[in-house]
Design a protein around this ligand. Structure first.
Ligand code: GUN
Length: 283
């Protein structure tokens, strides 16, 4: 039976610590940290994610400035807003919710975010710093995964880690973080041959493929630490992960559920990155 590690619980603890720190700064007469969020269009999932981010900011005492733009917003107008926020000394973090509506250029928009406010870690300057081992911003979901492994009491050093998925936001950066923590890392993807046998070598298995309940016990070495990054919506509207939980849980050492696993940690690390941006500037 695996230890089931809830990101919802861990994030509540970490948020409590951040709240105390922020109230300490405010008591010393400093302003609150501030996150600016830009959401263009009316995609319901994006609106729901952004609402969650706003609520989380409130809970820890980070000011949130929400900018809702119509789906018809022009590239120029969007980038003018990003420029203004980049130059605003009262803003510590800027998040442009992705995907942007059709017709808008995401890469061009991200380039306009000041790298020292890029709390998503998406700007090429931050991607470059991360891969060079320099201080910058690291994407939130990978940071959350590393916190979950700590909570699992998983000593990453020397372990064999397999990451399934190579996205910019999750697979590629989490592989790098695991490598930095001295794991031996394999990154798998849709063209990997005999995926199950590669996954079975993993002491740490990170599933970030976007295929509902794809990872069954045939993919898992007994005693492995399993992190499920999948967020898939079932026909009944409920969420499920990339891992078939009831199949894998009996043989894993520890596993994260979906929902209440990685998702809450992503938001928590967004707050942590915003606080980090604030501290770099203000302390
Ligand atoms: N859309 C889905 N996940 C994310 C994220 O982590 N950051 C941004 N900006 N957009 C997203």
């Amino acid at each position: 039976m695996a230890k089931v590690v809830y990101g919802s619980e861990l994030s509540a603890e970490l948020k409590q610590q951040m709240k105390q720190k922020i109230e300490g700064y405010v008591a010393r007469g400093m302003r609150r940290p501030c996150l600016a969020v830009i959401l263009a269009g009316d995609d319901p999932a994006s609106h729901s994610y952004v609402k969650g981010k706003e609520k989380a900011c409130q809970a820890v005492g980070i000011e949130s400035r929400m900018h809702y733009l119509p789906a018809t917003v022009g590239q120029k107008e969007l980038e003018c807003l990003i420029d203004a926020l980049s130059q605003d000394d009262g803003v510590d973090g800027i998040l442009v919710q992705l995907p942007l509506p059709k017709g808008l250029d995401e890469d061009s928009a991200i380039l306009r975010i000041s790298p020292d406010k890029d709390v998503d870690g998406l700007h090429p300057v931050n991607v470059g710093k991360f891969f060079l081992g320099e201080e910058g911003f690291v994407p939130c979901t990978p940071l959350g995964i590393m916190e979950l492994l700590k909570r699992m009491e998983c000593d990453v050093e020397g372990k064999r880690a397999v990451v399934v998925g190579r996205s910019k936001l999750v697979g590629t950066p989490v592989a790098r973080l695991l490598q930095n923590a001295n794991a031996t890392v394999t990154v798998c993807h849709s063209r990997t041959r005999d995926l199950a046998s590669v996954c079975r070598e993993a002491d740490i298995l990170v599933a970030a493929i976007g295929k509902p309940r794809f990872i069954t016990k045939e993919f898992v070495k007994p005693g492995a630490f399993v992190i499920d990054v999948g967020v898939n919506r079932k026909d009944d509207g409920h969420l499920c992960g990339d891992v078939l939980f009831e199949d894998v849980e009996p043989i894993a050492a520890a596993i994260t559920p979906v929902p209440k696993g990685v998702g809450p940690m992503t938001i928590c690390m967004l707050l942590a990155n915003t606080l980090q941006g604030y501290e770099r500037k203000m302390l």
